[in-house]
Design a protein around this ligand. Structure first.
Ligand code: ZN
Length: 170
């Protein structure tokens, strides 16, 4: 029905939602006009609680619409959900913008600091100011802290930032 939503878009939505199940759910919704959370749970095999959690998350981002009716027999509310495919593009753009902002902050931090490292993989790098306070010894393993080049990382970050800027048309 909504053939405009491709796999890549679905994956991006799921990543943004932080849930594998979100992809299944959106994938299911795109083939259906309108449906209930019960139906989604039954058809996809996702637990009803998870279905509701994901739906409310999607709703928060205006990616699904919600219509409420009352069950004439039980008097309970029935929630009808519908995918809002026209909102997906905007959602992905705003997610990309958020990532870009974070990457920019990180890039500036990497550019403006000198890092020191003990060369133990499980330990953390520390900026110069902190290394001075530690008298150039790792606070975790006790080994000496030596200057650590971050040029490659800065280049990688810059490339990623540039790529995102292009995708966002900035
Ligand atoms: Zn260490």
């Amino acid at each position: 029905m909504l053939s405009t939503i491709d796999e890549a878009t679905l994956t991006k939505v799921a990543t943004a939602m932080g849930e594998e199940e979100a992809v299944m759910l959106v994938d299911h919704l795109k083939n259906i006009d309108e449906t209930t959370d019960d139906e989604i749970a039954t058809t996809t095999g996702i637990r009803l609680n998870s279905v509701r959690k994901i739906l409310y998350k999607l709703y928060d981002h205006s990616l699904v619409s919600l219509r409420r009716t009352r069950d004439p027999k039980t008097g309970w509310f029935i929630f009808h959900w519908k995918l809002q495919p026209d909102q997906l593009e905007g959602f992905i753009l705003s997610q990309k913008r958020r990532v870009l902002e974070k990457l920019n902050v990180r890039l500036e931090y990497e550019k403006n600091h000198d890092f020191y490292f003990c060369n133990t993989q499980s330990c953390k790098r520390v900026p110069f100011e902190e290394a001075v306070e530690l008298v150039f010894h790792c606070s975790t393993c006790g080994k000496p802290l030596v200057h650590c080049e971050n040029e490659n990382f800065v280049v990688q970050l810059s490339l990623k930032v540039e790529q995102l800027r292009k995708e966002l048309g900035e």
